[in-house]
Write a protein that binds this ligand. Structure first.
Ligand code: NAD
Length: 334
């Protein structure tokens, strides 16, 4: 098995899953998309993009009108069991929303993998790409698959964790030209398969880092915890510059961003970070540190800065300054 890996299933045709499925098709894979939402499945099978994402409508149209040039294909279904007959490998990209205690909810991941494990008879590779709290695969998901299928890890099935480092509004480009690919693997043989898939998917040559499942889970939340810290630093600097006549935060961030140790990305004074992932991942990182009994003061302060962002200094700003700030204001989202 896995020798001529051309058939891949993507579970969940959400903001990331649908784009990933179509990118894989574009790069020559025969892709089956599975979603529990029948209306969404019908929509995409008829070539209707459910939301705006640059390049999505065009890509979808190509695969539903048969006008694509590559050797790949794409179709969608609501039947999880079809994943196991479609091919040897399934990518799971269901949502993992934040719970009130700061943890990620794994209910969608559990329900998707339980549905798949029910029909598991032949060796299969499960690739989880949803963001999860570190420890979820070893502690929750693998025992669940073993229990439901009656098979054992690395004998009846393999598991890899490949987190996505993409930003909404640039999802397709980020999938095709990522800076990095992180592969967490239950055994090297499965990591080899995933590396082959991503080498074929990517139009560039990203750094591919292979590691244990827990390290990959940690890498994902660490990256977002670091970026939010960087954004908060730029905003703190912007605050300071607003108090000092003549100080220009953009001139400063542009200058210091040229230093390789810093880099210019996500280093502009503006509004706080937002979107669904940044706040959730930084608070998950913080909670994980607390549970492990270690200090994560930088993330505690970053979370506090997020809470007070938007109210600082604003009331005291004179109108011309407010206009200036509004022009400069930008929102960082992932
Ligand atoms: N959105 C981002 O910018 C971003 C960036 C990086 C990582 N992520 C992570 O990627 C994952 C997916 O995020 P998203 O924004 O694509 O989610 P989304 O909310 O857009 O996806 C929702 C889709 O999942 C489907 N779904 C739910 N349960 C299912 C099941 N059991 N089987 C099949 N389909 C199911 C729903 O019907 C819906 O179509 C999350 O873990 C998220 O944290 C998101």
């Amino acid at each position: 098995m896995f020798e001529s890996l051309t058939a891949i299933t993507v579970i969940a045709l959400g903001k990331l899953g649908l784009c990933l499925a179509l990118c894989l098709a574009e790069r020559g894979f025969n892709v089956l998309g599975v979603d529990i939402d029948e209306q969404r499945v019908n929509q995409v099978n008829h070539g209707v993009a459910p939301w705006y994402e640059p390049g999505l409508a065009e890509l979808l149209a190509r695969y539903t009108t048969g006008s694509h040039l590559g050797g790949g294909s794409f179709r969608a279904t609501t039947q999880h069991a079809q994943a196991l007959t479609h091919g040897d490998c399934t990518i799971v990209l269901v949502p993992t929303p934040q719970e009130s205690d700061g943890d990620f909810s794994t209910r969608y991941v559990e329900s998707a993998l339980a549905a798949l494990a029910q029909s598991l008879t032949e060796k299969h590779l499960f690739i989880l790409s949803s963001t999860v709290l570190p420890g979820t695969l070893d502690g929750v998901i693998i025992p669940l698959i073993e229990r439901v299928s009656g098979l054992r890890l690395n004998e009846g099935f393999g598991v890899c964790y490949v987190p996505d480092f993409v930003a909404l509004g640039n999802v397709i480009n980020d999938f095709l030209r990522p800076d990095l690919v992180v592969i967490g693997e239950s055994a090297a043989v499965y990591g080899d398969v995933v590396a082959t898939i991503y080498q074929r998917l990517c139009l560039n040559q990203p750094a591919i880092s292979r590691m244990s499942l827990i390290s990959a889970e940690l890498a994902k939340v660490s990256l977002n915890a670091y970026i939010t810290m960087k954004i908060s630093f730029a905003n703190t600097l912007a605050n300071l510059c607003e108090c000092i006549p003549g100080a220009d935060v953009d001139a400063i961030t542009q200058a210091i961003g040229a230093d390789r140790r810093i880099s210019p990305h996500y280093l502009r004074g503006g509004t706080a970070f937002g979107g669904s992932c940044f706040p959730r991942d930084v608070s998950a990182f913080l909670r994980l540190a607390e549970v492990q009994g270690t200090q994560a003061e930088l993330q505690r302060i970053t979370t506090r800065l997020l809470m007070c962002a938007g109210c600082y200094k604003q009331d005291s700003l004179c109108r011309p300054m407010k206009l200036f700030c509004d022009q400069r204001r930008q929102t960082h989202r992932v």
